[in-house]
Design a protein around this ligand. Structure first.
Ligand code: NAG
Ligand code: NAG
Ligand code: NAG
Length: 209
């Protein structure tokens, strides 16, 4: 069967020319590595926080992830600013913010796509705290801001991982306005999402050198 006529050869010539010129446009197109089965350890990742379009606050900053191999704990270093400011004697409970990894990580449309999915929960567990055995992989508990509106917290987690088939790479992160009740709220929302209130900001977890 003839699929294309006499134009086939010229199409092939054009196609080949375009392909070979790719390397002229960008000699580094293929980089020097890439995440493959043979990727050298460790993996580093980053999440650049941007405020939710509906949030009155301008919460921004960076979360970095380091994990030396698939059995090592994941280090999560969170550096954010733009939270509400409080008087110095404010109780801790008012300074806590729920932090969750979400199933979807596409942030091209702000936090809208992330909100279409729930917490990253590949093992179908109830919602809990980062230190609980029963939790979503995406449950990172509460993080505490400073009264000046900044937040500097380092977490080590043994459930969320940058490796393997349930890696968190490519998923999203949401930081919430309120404290997460960690599944202990005694109402239906508690074992589902922790009632942590509106989204302040979100980001996508991506691989970095
Ligand atoms: C939000 O905060 C970032 C980082 O501090 C800053 O660069 C940006 O200009 C701020 N945006 C607004 C609208 O204030
Ligand atoms: C941890 O990851 C960050 C980026 O996410 C990277 O800049 C930093 O060098 C890494 N630290 C180590 C010790 O690999
Ligand atoms: C966390 O990151 C901040 C800056 O992003 C850095 O100053 C700090 O040393 C890091 N902490 C740890 C324990 O890696």
């Amino acid at each position: 069967m003839k699929v294309c006529g006499s134009n086939c050869l010229s199409l092939f010539v054009i196609f080949s020319a375009v392909r070979s010129s790719v390397s002229l446009w960008d000699p580094d197109d293929h980089g020097s590595g890439g995440i493959t089965d043979a990727t050298p350890l460790p993996i580093n990742a980053v999440c650049h926080m941007h405020p939710d379009a509906k949030s009155p606050l301008n919460v921004t900053g960076i979360i970095t992830f380091n994990q030396t191999n698939e059995w090592a704990p994941l280090k999560i270093n969170i550096s954010l600013s733009g939270f509400k400011q409080f008087p110095p004697d404010t109780p801790d409970s008012e300074l806590l913010h729920g932090l969750h990894i979400h199933h979807y990580g596409d942030v091209d449309n702000g936090c809208v796509t992330l909100s279409k999915g729930s917490h990253f929960n590949p093992l179908s567990m109830n919602h809990g705290d980062i230190a609980d055995t029963v939790r979503h992989i995406g449950d990172l508990g509460n993080i505490k801001q400073e009264t000046d509106g900044t937040l500097h917290v380092v977490l080590y987690d043994s459930q969320a991982s940058l490796f393997g088939s349930i890696s968190i790479l490519g998923r999203g992160i949401v930081v919430h306005a309120a404290r997460d009740d960690l599944g202990r709220g005694g109402n239906p929302g508690s074992i589902y999402n922790g009632n942590a209130g509106p989204r302040l900001a979100c980001c996508a977890i991506v691989v970095t050198p």
